[in-house]
Design a protein around this ligand. Structure first.
Ligand code: DX5
Ligand code: ZN
Length: 214
């Protein structure tokens, strides 16, 4: 299992310390949530924070952008250190073009689906994607309750990937803990994002190891 702890739940007064803690952990990626207060009802952080994290880690930066008009900022995300850039299906009018541009800039391209968006919307673009992110909460905040229907969406996405002979990684974000993580792993998830579950635990590094072994 690929584990991608969400730094949204870290201590922003100690971002270097928390990044170094993740460097020492079994985390594969660092998940970075960028929110604009328009696409989602919350504002998180932007490029300076992404650049600060980049300075302190060599791990893959898995950047999830919950913003309107993502096309205006793709290049800047690359310059700020993103390795994987995941845009929302619901925010992209010309998704095929956006995905192509992300790859042209040298990043892996992901598409995120809100809880109400069926996986079938990706049928025609499946083979172009490096990653699909299933949102198992409504995006905007850490620490929300897992939406149970997400497990079935993973099953459907695995079927779609097989039917289309596509290669994308299936990642899940929101309300992931050992219990929901196990269900997702059994359904065929490749990568799990976890924020509050990791950072609120008494040993984040041990929690990451446990998620890793699901
Ligand atoms: C929610 C973000 C998530 C968030 C997950 O909009 O996309 O990445 O940090 O937090 P938890 O794991 O606490 O649900
Ligand atoms: Zn996220």
């Amino acid at each position: 299992m690929i584990v991608s702890p969400s730094v949204l739940s870290c201590d922003f007064g100690n971002i270097q310390r928390d990044t170094e803690m993740l460097n020492q952990s079994q985390a594969d990626w660092l998940h970075i949530d960028v929110m604009d207060g328009v696409f989602v009802p919350n504002i998180s952080f932007g490029f300076p924070v992404l650049e600060a994290i980049r300075k302190h880690t060599n791990k893959t930066l898995d950047v999830h952008i919950m913003i309107e008009n993502p096309d205006d900022f793709l290049e800047q995300f690359k310059k700020s250190g993103a390795d994987i850039l995941t845009v929302h299906y619901e925010a992209c009018r010309h998704l095929h073009r956006t995905v192509a541009r992300i790859k042209e800039l040298g990043m892996k391209a992901g598409v995120a689906l809100n809880p109400h968006t069926p996986v079938s919307v990706l049928e025609e673009i499946a083979t172009d994607l490096d990653l699909v992110l299933i949102m198992s909460v409504n995006p905007g905040f850490g620490g929300q309750k897992f939406i149970q229907n997400s497990v079935e969406k993973v099953t459907k996405l695995v079927e779609l990937r097989t039917a289309k002979n596509a290669q994308f990684i299936i990642e899940i974000d929101g309300g992931v803990n050992l219990e929901t993580g196990k269900q997702l792993a059994d359904a065929g998830a490749d990568a799990l994002v976890a924020g509050s579950f990791v950072f609120n635990s008494s040993s984040p590094q041990e929690t990451i190891s446990k998620l890793k072994s699901l």
